[in-house]
Design a protein around this ligand. Structure first.
Ligand code: BDR
Ligand code: CA
Length: 312
């Protein structure tokens, strides 16, 4: 199985991503590290512990990371994910605390110790990883690849130009894009194809266990936010697309492209620019960019994983 660390800000879609990873035999989930984003980092950390308890994976280490970005102001997404960052069904108190070490310390320790290079899945702001790459460039060759949810080949959601995760810490993403580490980008252009339609939510609800019921209730809260804020009929379940990309890469069509992130624009800070048609030869591809999703197979994968976990 492929060694993976998930760096996240759970978050309803982060929660489904964690469950999918825990359920998948092809993924060896070494740790979950947390970051500010959908909520304050303390809330993201408690939510990660609760999600792992729900998944029956309370042995997976959790460490708390950044409370704010490398530079600029802290942006939070409670307007989408609620006051707790994971509003909706009531979950039991976490069975344990996070580790005393920071996300950065845990990442460094696991990368140093790993027998094989580790895949980092980043589904919140890039802060923890940007800080690590900057402070520990010696660990870069211990990273197999970084698969991140963020940006878009098109426009944004948090601002007209920028997607939330890339808006929240563009400098950290810029560090990663210049690091030479293999990067796969799963942006809004892809994740807006991963809609939890009423049929999908009904399939969750039909699962006769706590995991299916909880996932359906999360989609209810997340869906009402998406309806209120963006007038979506069904919520896009962004973050599990990164895990699906590890389990079944053929679910997604990829294009190698040059990706940059805007650091300065008056209206465009945090926007990603993707040279999909490789018009500018001076900009060599630095990322593999997700373009098209086989949504039917995606939901079969996610729902099958939730059901497997729920029956364990
Ligand atoms: C991203 O921001 C958060 O709301 C989601 O968890 C996802 O990672 C989508 O823009
Ligand atoms: Ca997220």
């Amino acid at each position: 199985a492929r060694p993976v660390i998930i760096d996240c800000d759970p978050g309803h879609d982060d929660a489904i991503a964690i469950l999918l990873a825990v359920a998948s035999p092809s993924i060896d989930l070494l740790a979950v590290t947390t970051c500010f984003g959908n909520c304050a980092v303390e809330d993201a950390t408690r939510n990660a512990l609760q999600i792992l308890d729900l998944a029956g994976a309370s042995h997976i280490p959790v460490a708390a990371g950044a409370a704010g970005p490398l530079s600029g102001e802290t942006t939070l997404g409670n307007y989408v994910h609620g006051g707790s960052g994971l509003d909706g069904p009531e979950l039991p108190e976490p069975s344990r605390d996070a580790l005393p070490e920071s996300a950065g310390e845990l990442l460094a320790r696991l990368l140093e110790a790993a027998e094989h290079p580790v895949t980092l899945v980043v589904i919140g702001p890039m802060t923890n990883i940007g800080a690590l790459v900057r402070s520990r460039p010696d660990l870069i060759d211990r990273i197999a690849e970084i698969v991140f949810m963020g940006g878009s080949t098109e426009r944004g959601n948090h601002t007209p130009a920028a997607e939330f995760n890339t808006f929240a810490d563009p400098e950290a993403l810029d560090i990663v894009l210049h690091s030479g580490i293999a990067v796969r980008m799963v942006g809004l252009n892809l994740t807006h194809q991963a809609l939890a339609t009423p049929e999908v939510v009904a399939r969750m609800r039909a699962q006769q266990h706590t995991i299916g019921q909880t996932a359906a209730a999360w989609m209810g809260f997340f869906g009402s936010s998406y309806h209120r804020v963006w007038d979506f009929e069904a919520p896009p379940v962004h973050d599990p697309c990164t895990i699906a990309a590890l389990i079944e890469p053929e679910l997604i069509t990829w294009v190698d492209a040059f990706v940059a992130v805007e650091l300065r624009g008056e209206w465009t800070r945090g926007a990603t620019l993707v040279d999909l048609h490789r018009r500018y030869p001076e900009h060599a591809p630095n990322a593999r960019v997700a373009i098209a999703l086989d949504a039917a197979r995606y939901w079969d994968l996610v729902l099958g994983a939730l059901d497997d976990l729920g029956r364990r």
